[in-house]
Write a protein that binds this ligand. Structure first.
Ligand SMILES: [Zn+2]
Ligand SMILES: [Zn+2]
Length: 358
């Protein structure tokens, strides 16, 4: 079957090959025919080595499709079911799952060192234990989450990562208060979803911050009350908060430099929510005096910061009710053979989300 493979970490192009096979099918596993997958920034971060990932590998973790086959003991889905791919399946038994924090379950990572695919040349890994830039993928049954018939595959794919991450940061983690002031630094698919979450929660001011003009324009359509380039953030803080800083600042880039800016842009006693996925060797520096004296709450948010299945259901309910716009998040569509165009669109910042139809 066809799949887009990265041969070595650090390469910037994927090769679409037709000699790839999904492996590992058996008890507790399901085989999915992928129909749509989004290109998430984390895929690029795994390609360039910012996020740890063995190679060669197939990127993609934001996908949806149909169940082709189920292994022994699988009861949650059957062949023909429409599902989205959850890259962080909950085991249901660990302390985090028992607390309802399934976003912190580590069970899914136990398979991270096991290849999901093979080619005549050898083993191929799947990013985050999935790898959806392919026609078929074998994953744990817990990674296959049934979706209602009225949810198209492309929308379901987005809910599988970016939308859940951004919405959840605003709703679950930061729990934005009505009437508050918000700044969102980084306005790709996740940042826009955080903006939609902040709007739903009743934020009075939502300032979108991004260097790319088209993203700033998009942010205004999704509920930002103002959109500025990074070098104008200081001015916006002065104007909107009289210099005090925003009640909530979301860092959706995943870099210490923007996290530091976000910290300084948060008011004393306010909340800095870290949403971006950054590197192991990128350190955020805070001094002990400011940490204590300014009482800013630093709240990291992983995959929406709450029970993952509940987050999916909420995103679907909000989308169905017209309270969030997910269709407009998909600014570009490509076929699998054009996957490198999707990468270019992401790197240039022109895409909020590129949907790859498979
Ligand atoms: Zn993602
Ligand atoms: Zn668990």
């Amino acid at each position: 079957m066809r799949a887009a493979v990265l041969h070595e970490i650090g390469q910037d192009k994927l090769e679409v090959l037709d000699d790839v096979e999904a492996v590992g099918f058996g008890p507790g596993k399901v085989k999915i025919r992928v129909r749509a997958t989004g290109l998430c920034h984390s895929d690029v971060s795994a390609m360039n080595g910012v996020l740890p990932q063995p190679a060669p590998f197939i990127p993609g973790h934001e996908g949806a499709g149909e169940i082709l086959d189920v292994g022994d003991g699988v009861t949650n889905v059957k062949p023909g079911d429409r599902v989205l791919v959850c890259w962080l399946p909950a085991c249901g038994a660990c302390p985090a799952c028992k607390r309802g924090q399934t976003q912190l379950c580590l069970a899914g990572f136990m398979n991270a060192g096991t290849p999901n695919f093979k080619r005549p040349g050898g083993d191929v890994f799947g990013f985050a234990g999935t790898g959806t830039f392919t026609e078929e993928v074998v994953v744990d049954a817990g990674c296959a989450v049934p979706i209602p018939d009225d949810v198209p595959f492309d929308i379901a794919a987005l809910i599988g990562c970016g939308v859940t991450t951004g919405l959840g940061a605003a709703i679950n983690t930061a729990d934005v208060a009505a009437g508050s002031s918000v700044a969102v630094i980084g306005c790709g698919g996740v940042g826009i979803s955080a903006i939609q979450g902040a709007r739903l929660k009743g934020a009075a001011q939502i300032v979108a911050v991004d260097p790319v003009a088209s993203r700033r324009e998009a942010a205004l359509r999704f509920g930002a009350t103002e959109a500025v380039a990074p070098d104008a953030l200081g001015d916006a803080k002065q104007r909107i908060t009289a210099g005090e800083g925003f009640d909530y600042v979301f860092e959706v880039v995943g870099k210490s430099a923007t996290a530091r800016t976000a910290y300084e842009t948060t008011r004393r006693g306010g909340t800095l929510c870290i949403v971006g996925a950054g590197a192991l060797d990128d350190f955020l520096q805070l001094n002990m005096f400011e940490l204590f004296f300014d009482e800013k709450k630093i709240l990291p948010s992983m995959y929406g910061g709450g029970d993952v299945l509940t987050s999916y259901e909420r995103a679907i309910a909000l989308w169905r009710a017209g309270r969030i716009d997910l269709e407009s998040l998909i600014t570009h569509r490509v076929q699998l053979a054009e996957i490198n165009e999707a990468l270019d669109q992401m790197r240039s910042g022109t895409a909020l989300r590129t949907c790859i139809e498979i």
